[in-house]
Write a protein that binds this ligand. Sequence first.
Ligand code: ZN
Length: 136
Amino acid sequence: MKILKVDHLGIAVNSIEEGKNFWSDILGLPLEGVETVEEQKVTTAFLPVGESEVELLESTSPDGPVAKYIEKKGQGIQHVAFRVDDIDAALAELKEKGVQLIDQVPRRGAGGGRIAFLHPKATGGVLVELCERPND
Ligand code: ZN
């Protein structure tokens, strides 16, 4: 498995409009690519920071995973995403090492990439996302 970089930090917010006040208006990060991923009940906004990005996550439904996260823990960092060169190979390697996965196979993420989450039980409490982007 080859991890290329920290791709982004996923931050759960009550609303992107509200989150934008700090992350974009105050810090000055450009807000790019707002996209809704219906099957994950989430709207995402990406704010590039150098080689990485901040991803704001707003739930589209009270029973979505982001809404549930905020209900339990409040707004804040929800996951860390690593860019990998080959997500299928990475998942196969993790399975072989006995790491508990949330996604056995990659699913579609925002921006046309493929993503998969590892179970926080296997990572010391951090929700880790692997992502592969089409332009890699
Ligand atoms: Zn993410």
